[in-house]
Design a protein. Structure first.
Length: 438
């Protein structure tokens, strides 16, 4: 029996797909690429925007079209938001929530047996002794936290990821997993979660992450720092309010930490931030960026920005644009606001026309490209450690590519890499030239 997987959405989803793959393999089921012949097709869905919903539906339809006789299972956030309507889709045989991911193989096999699709006894799970069945990266994403209780006015995630209930993994469980991936040869781990800054809140007795000043996360990072074989630790998206003196001083003891911080902004206009229910002002955000630059030399500060949020005037948009230029981000993910049924923002007055949202997004993306170029120019002439990841063909020539600690991607010709002894999943130092930047 064969199973194929497709993942949409965030890094947490990708982490959970790996775990689901491992679950199927423990039951003796082979994993194949999505699009190949398979008995079971699992789509790990996303619902963060209307576009994500549409993409989830498209991929479910594609799975059934590619394998008409297969069992197509929808899993995850779009299932949580789509509810019974999703099961009316003829492409979907069965649907499972995020809570079902931990025992997905057993549930799918039980469904197949109940429908007479399979008469074979359900195979018992057997421990494989491996962290996961796939290895297509040199860095490993480690989910340490689930749930979000911030309830931004535009976001469905708190509702589809536990209804605002926070859940943190036990530190020893996390460390055990990271030791295992270190033994498998991974050099870098990326800590991720639905609201990473809330790690440890549910185990502390506090209600909000800001009161803890990041102490549980720092404690975990310092323990990961001691694991042999792991040479880099990277953090996923952080809430700006976690940045404080105590948190920064704790991070300075984590010698393997990459100075790369993704601080979600969404808007540089205080009035818009208030409508978004973001709990901070542009001035506070600026202070956090200044603090990062006080403790780390030329840190990569990346962010997300929403263009065309309800009520956003041209003046408010220009405030955001000016703020983005002032901060000087290493990279920006720009999103046009997407109406999400069931959120407070969906019913707000002043919905911005699609063509205006598109125009503002294009302007911000152009600004983002300029900012990214300026950030990367700082590295020219500097010696940088690169985690080499893969061979890529660029304009007809093969290069070995990878990222430095601040997540700038570089390339060197394959023949030069071989001469220098660099290979995939190795860390080597090169002096950055303009031609190395991608």
């Amino acid at each position: 029996m064969k199973a194929a997987f497709l993942t949409l959405g965030c890094k947490v989803n990708f982490y959970e797909t790996e775990k689901m793959m491992a679950d199927f393999q423990k039951h003796g089921i082979d994993i194949v690429e999505f699009g190949q012949a398979a008995d079971i097709c699992i789509i790990n869905t996303c619902t963060v925007t209307n576009i994500a919903d549409r993409k989830s539906r498209q991929m479910l339809h594609r799975a059934k079209k590619k394998n008409p006789q297969s069992i197509v299972a929808a899993v995850g956030c779009y299932v949580e938001s789509g509810g019974e309507e999703l099961l009316k889709d003829p492409s979907v045989d069965v649907a499972f929530s995020n809570r079902d991911k931990g025992s997905i193989a057993q549930k799918v096999l039980e469904y197949m047996k109940s429908q007479g699709v399979s008469e074979d006894p359900i195979p018992q799970a057997v421990c494989s002794g491996q962290s996961d069945p796939v290895r297509d990266r040199t860095r490993k994403y480690i989910k340490i936290q689930d749930g979000c209780n911030q309830f931004c006015s535009y976001c469905m995630i708190p509702y589809v990821r536990g209804g605002g209930v926070l859940s943190s993994r036990d530190a020893e469980d996390i460390l055990k997993e990271i030791r295992l991936v270190a033994e498998e040869g991974y050099k870098e781990v990326v800590l991720t979660g639905i609201h990473l800054s809330s790690y440890g809140v549910d185990r502390s007795g506090e209600k909000q992450f800001a009161a803890l000043k990041g102490r549980p996360l720092v404690s975990l990072l310092q323990k990961i720092n001691e694991i042999q074989g792991i040479e880099r630790i990277r953090l996923g998206s952080l809430e700006p309010r976690i940045i404080c003196t105590e948190f920064m001083e704790g991070l300075m003891a984590v010698t393997k930490l990459c100075p790369h911080f993704h601080l979600s902004l969404q808007s540089g206009c205080d009035a818009t931030l208030k409508r978004m229910n973001r709990h901070y002002t542009a001035a506070v955000y600026r202070e956090k960026c200044d603090m990062l630059r006080k403790y780390f030399e030329h840190p990569a500060i990346t962010t997300d920005v929403i263009a065309g949020f309800p009520g956003e005037t041209e003046e408010e948009f220009e405030m955001t644009r000016g703020f983005v230029k002032e901060i000087g981000f290493a990279d920006i993910h720009v999103f046009s606001y997407s109406v999400r049924s069931g959120t407070k923002a969906a019913g707000m007055k002043g919905q911005v026309p699609p063509e205006v949202k598109h125009r503002r997004s294009e302007i911000l993306m152009a600004d983002a490209r300029q900012g990214k170029t300026k950030f990367e120019e700082w590295f020219i002439g500097r010696e940088e450690k690169i985690l080499f990841e893969e061979i890529r063909s660029i304009e007809g020539k093969e290069y070995l590519t990878g990222h430095n600690e601040r997540y700038v991607m570089v390339k060197i010709p394959r023949d030069e890499a071989e001469t220098a002894g660099f290979m995939e999943n190795s860390i080597g130092s090169i002096r950055i030239q303009e031609t190395n930047l991608i």
